[in-house]
Design a protein around this ligand. Structure first.
Ligand code: EPU
Length: 421
């Protein structure tokens, strides 16, 4: 088991390139199940969630190689449509195989994902979408069994623009018979990329990038190649690392517009932000952090996946700020840990009320989930003295060698093997 040892207080300086996005790769990988042949996904991050999805696809008979951030997935010899509990329990995104397998084989059996580290995360919208497309769904011994000889196009309206349910509905409907309309669809860049990839595979989709997707089913898809986008959440985390340490940091991404909501909030907090092509530059060397409230919402709003990191940043702001999570009402496991570092935060329903303090102080803290752990690293980088972040396997699920990127910016952060849990 690894932990981080961070000696804080060093202003970060330098350039860093964001890795490929975890959440788009996690949708693109199951999309390969829709065709036979060799699919290629470039710019894939080497993080544990990707290795988990690789294992699941390999279990299903896909031939998967992963070198230099390039995934080659050959789906010629798939031999099962079952996603077992052992794989799905490690990662909820495994439920993305539901739509493609059902569409291509007319049958799938996928373990129910269960809760996640910070609370319940239902999949009712995924299942309702499959039912709309004509699938018969049964729940048996913790498994979803979905069947339908040939899916039929349908009108699917999401009450909540769920990222995962939009991805699943899209992957199912591209091989359904006739027309499908998905309204109130998610418009996150990861879903837009998925739709573009499906089009490259031969799918007929209109309205890509908007909340209404019109799909005309085709009989089959062919394998294709895709270049993944940068991870906007990793990029945002690195920018806050620069800001919270009063440094000067440059982050290269594939599309700076994916971060607009975060950059606007950074500017409001007093950080100087400069954009040039695909590069984001921030200067916080003379920063006195202003308190800035944040309300998370769906894209292009402020992402819930940046909520914990923003909360860490506001711990050192002048005055009181309120960070409200409207996507996940109970995603605040980082709060007691940040308070161990000297922060002053109270949780009120789905908001963190943060009273800024002058200084955080190093302590031992525990990671509870991916983004919560990132917030502890950020706080540790700014804190006086040494911070130990335990259970960083959570970080390794979604950040590619975060400590190396931070060290390249001058941070004093080490990964250490420990018996502590
Ligand atoms: N929801 C339902 N029913 C459903 C699906 C979702 O009620 O069937 C609710 C959720 O409980 C939540 C809201 O809808 O309140 C939005 O959830 P969504 O389905 O959009 O989330 P997801 O697809 O499960 C993806 C990311 C998450 C990210 C969310 C929101 C992947 C693999 N995961 O999850 O990423 O927080 O969208 O943007 O794409 C992370 O990377 O740390 C992470 C958790």
């Amino acid at each position: 088991m690894d932990k981080y040892l961070i000696n804080g207080g060093i202003p970060l300086k330098g350039k860093v390139k964001a890795s490929g996005a975890k959440n788009s790769a996690l949708a693109l990988m199951p999309a390969t199940l829709l065709s036979s042949g060799k699919n290629i996904i470039r710019n894939t991050p080497e993080v544990n969630d990707i290795f988990t999805m690789k294992k699941l696809l390999t279990f299903m008979g896909a031939d998967v190689s992963f070198e230099n951030h390039v995934l080659e997935i050959d789906t010629d010899s798939l031999n099962t449509q079952v996603a077992p509990y052992e794989h799905v329990k490690k990662m909820r995104a495994s439920v993305y195989v539901l739509g493609p397998l059902l569409a291509r084989y007319g049958y799938t059996k996928v373990s129910m994902p269960g809760g996640c580290a910070w609370g319940p995360r239902p999949i009712n919208l995924h299942l309702e979408a499959m039912e709309k497309l004509g699938a018969k769904i049964e729940l048996e011994e913790g498994y979803i069994i979905a069947e339908c000889k040939k899916l039929q196009g349908a009108k699917i309206h999401f009450d909540i623009p769920s990222v995962g349910a939009t991805g699943n509905a899209l992957m199912a409907s591209v091989l359904a018979k006739g027309s499908t309309q998905i309204t109130n669809a998610a418009i996150e860049p990861e879903i837009t990329l998925l739709a573009e990839y499906l089009k490259d595979m031969g799918a007929h989709i209109d309205g890509v990038g908007t909340s209404t997707l019109e799909i005309e089913g085709v009989d089959e898809l062919k394998a294709a190649e895709v270049e993944n986008i940068s991870d906007r959440i990793e990029a945002g985390t690195l920018l806050i690392a620069g800001a919270i340490t009063k440094g000067e940091v440059e982050v290269e991404t594939t599309n700076v517009n994916h971060l607009t909501s975060v950059l606007k909030k950074l500017e409001k907090s007093g950080v100087k932000v400069f954009l040039k092509n695909n590069i984001i530059n921030i200067n916080a060397s003379e920063l006195s952090i202003k308190n800035v409230n944040v309300d998370t919402s769906v894209y292009p709003g402020f992402p819930t996946d940046m909520q914990a990191q923003w909360t860490a940043f506001m711990c050192l702001a002048d005055g009181i700020s309120r960070v409200t999570d409207n996507i996940y009402f109970d995603r605040f496991k980082h709060v007691p840990e940040l308070n161990r570092l000297g922060a002053s935060i109270e949780v009120d329903k789905n908001s963190a009320i943060i009273s800024g303090v002058n200084q955080l102080k190093g302590a031992k803290v525990m990671s509870t989930d991916l983004r919560a752990s990132a917030s502890l690293v950020l706080a540790g980088l700014a804190a006086e003295g040494t911070t130990e972040v335990l259970r960083i396997y959570h970080i390794d699920r979604g950040y590619q060698k975060l400590e190396e990127k931070l060290r390249s910016l001058g941070a004093d952060i080490q990964r250490v093997d420990t018996e502590e849990f």
